[in-house]
Design a protein around this ligand. Structure first.
Ligand code: PLP
Length: 391
């Protein structure tokens, strides 16, 4: 980013890429095959010894513009854009791990990430230690001399718990382990894990980076050697490449990231405060609330508290009734959209968990997750207020 502000960088990042005819918008380079000026140049580009494009799976000009933009916004040496957030997570982990390696993972993870560890990485011989809670002391006891990766998601889903990235990175690096952070909930507007010592950041760009609920994409960003391994080994073999049009959509979304996040941060905090005062809401989870158990860490580690919150009503029946009664909020999964999205966690994203797993993750039957959109905040509050009357 250099000296320019984050908001300025969001508008201009990535636009230095070859745009032809002076177009301010990066063109959608709809090509999967690229020609070379000579056989020698062809060989050098193909082997990754010279920058350039040769085949769509390994990169395209529009994708490269997106990668440059995300690398700049996160402060990373390099980035790799992928077809989905899960592809970014899979490539990141496989680029860092070999069979028989040891992985320490935060206990509360996005359910598909948790399933990736359990149903894919463990069966191929990667040993996984799960740490309940997000506190550094728990992690410390799980770290071993053969730990290769510590994997975090902060803030976490759906309880918005935080991990102390700086402290964990220090402890992990002492045993030679890499730190990967899923920063999807925060975005680089609110948190820059690489500056806190993480080695790699992964995003579901489907969420805030794209921001409009009209694409599926992912990105991993950080140390050049790891990103290059992800591209030249894992992308080459597994192939979850991003389509040029989707890369362009994420780039377009990024241009408004700062203004969207500024508004979503402010609205989410206001809604969290409204809910915290409401008699029918026994608990609200949002890092911006002074009552959040890690509010001090949030102030230290984040530059904004984010647009996500969750809250509890008495039981599942009441949660469903409330969700059925909202008129403005959209009943939908996913997050980071311009529209406010509401979901009953235990029947959607946490539905694949057993009751015991849900309990361990702190997901109560009455837990509702809200991804705050760009509507006027008073309108969202009014919608929630009228829906709460029904419960
Ligand atoms: C925190 C987090 N990480 C990763 C993902 C996976 O991203 P995608 O759906 O783009 O594959 C999600 C999806 O909901 C998520 O919430």
């Amino acid at each position: 980013m250099g000296d320019r502000s984050f908001a300025t960088a969001t508008v201009h990042a990535g636009s230095r890429a070859e745009s032809g005819f002076g177009a301010l918008s990066v063109p959608i380079s709809q090509a999967s095959v690229f020609s070379f000026p000579s056989a020698e140049v062809a060989a050098r580009i193909h082997d990754g010894h010279e920058p350039g494009f040769f085949y769509g799976r390994m990169g395209t000009p529009t994708q490269a513009a997106l990668e440059a933009a995300v690398a700049e916004l996160e402060g990373g040496e390099a980035a790799l854009a992928t077809a989905s957030g899960m592809a970014a997570i899979t490539l990141a982990l496989l680029a860092c791990l070999e069979p028989n390696d040891h992985l320490v993972a935060q206990g509360a993870l996005y359910t598909s990430t948790a399933a990736l560890l359990e149903e894919f990485l463990e069966p191929i011989g990667i040993e996984v230690s799960r740490v309940n809670g997000c506190v550094s002391e728990d992690l410390q006891s799980a770290l071993r001399p053969d730990t290769r990766v510590v994997y975090l998601e902060t803030p976490s889903n759906p309880l918005l718990r935080l991990s102390d990235i700086k402290d964990i990175a220090k402890r992990a690096h002492r045993v030679g382990a890499l730190v990967i952070v899923d920063s999807t909930f925060a975005t680089p507007y609110n948190q820059r894990p690489l500056e806190l010592g993480a080695d790699l950041v992964v995003h579901s760009a489907t969420k805030y980076l794209g921001g409009h609920g009209d694409l599926v994409a992912g990105v991993l960003v950080g140390r050049q050697d790891i990103v290059e391994r992800a591209r030249w080994r894992m992308m080459r073999l597994l192939g979850p490449a991003i389509a040029p049009f989707n890369a362009w959509l994420v780039l377009r979304g990024l241009k408004t990231l700062a203004v969207r996040m500024e508004r979503q941060n402010a609205s989410a905090l206001e809604i969290a405060r409204f809910l915290a005062e409401h008699a029918k809401v026994p608990a609200v989870h949002h890092p911006g609330l002074e009552t959040h158990p890690q509010h001090a860490l949030a102030r230290r580690q984040m530059t904004g508290f984010g647009g996500m919150l969750s809250f509890e009503v008495a039981n599942a029946a009441k949660a469903r009734r409330l969700i059925d009664r909202v008129e403005l909020c959209s009943r939908a999964t996913s997050l980071g959209d311009v529209a406010t999205l509401i979901q009953h966690s235990s029947s959607l994203t946490q539905a694949s968990l057993s009751e015991a797993q849900r309990k361990r993750a702190g997901v109560t039957e009455g837990l509702i997750r809200l991804s705050v959109g760009l509507e006027e905040v008073d309108d969202i509050v009014e919608d929630l207020a009228q829906a709460l009357e029904a419960v």
